[in-house]
Design a protein around this ligand. Structure first.
Ligand code: SAH
Length: 208
């Protein structure tokens, strides 16, 4: 059975990521190594490597593989980077980030989702993650600055506290817009200026 999912995972990487311009080797390796099916309910395992989001309960979804890859690649992470993720959800994006970065801090507002993700990530041996059940708009509860911030839920404006916790020279990836029209933006903080680049149109659950 594990070999069967290895095959689906390889096919996902070739057809959905490589073919669409995801070429950074650290991103591709992370996608090959994380068993995505374990992040959804067992009856959805055979759908887990397909090109669409899936339900994870509590009206939330695990994002489409390509969107997770696009967001990760846009941040151009190194193995020294400290990353903040808002919206742990199933923990799949967290696992991908944890394979690439030095440490990942992740915030989820729905406690049962956080608890489930925490258990699974521990089981998968991801040791470099710190979890918090909190409102991610308020940033990480302690004073910390991040090399990169990934926001996995849509909001009209970039939360101020998140901008404050982004290092000078750091990058944030965030879906901005209302519940119908959203765009994914890469925000670079340079000499206290913000450089905003449009990545693509997208559809995320709202940041509450
Ligand atoms: N990337 C995740 C999916 C995230 S879905 C995955 O791979 O599974 C977005 C998540 O953001 C949901 O779980 C939702 O509960 C969470 N969320 C929404 N508003 C939030 C907030 N203010 N603070 C923290 N998490 C929030």
């Amino acid at each position: 059975m594990p070999e069967f999912f290895d095959g689906l995972r390889k096919k996902m990487v070739e057809e959905q990521l490589l073919a669409r311009g995801i070429t950074e080797s650290n991103v591709l390796e992370a996608f090959l190594s994380v068993p995505r099916h374990l992040f959804v309910e067992e009856h959805l395992w055979f759908d887990a490597y397909n090109d669409y989001p899936l339900p994870i309960g509590f009206n939330q979804t695990i994002s489409q593989p390509y969107i997770v890859a696009l967001m990760t690649q846009a941040l151009k992470l190194s193995s020294q980077d400290i990353v903040l993720e808002i919206g742990t959800g199933s923990g799949y994006q967290t696992a991908i980030l944890s394979r690439i970065a030095y440490h990942v801090y992740t915030i989820e507002v729905i406690f049962p989702l956080l608890e489930k993700a925490q258990k699974l990530l521990k089981h998968l041996g991801c040791e470099n993650i710190t979890f918090s059940c909190f409102d991610g708009k308020k940033g990480w509860p302690d004073f910390l600055e991040f090399d990169a911030i990934l926001v996995a839920a849509a909001t009209k404006e970039i939360p101020n506290q998140l901008l404050k916790q982004l290092k000078n020279g750091g990058k944030m990836i965030i879906p901005l817009g209302n519940s119908f029209f959203q765009s994914l933006y890469l925000i670079k903080k340079e000499s206290h200026d913000l450089i905003k680049t449009h990545i693509c149109d997208c559809r995320f659950v709202p940041l509450v």
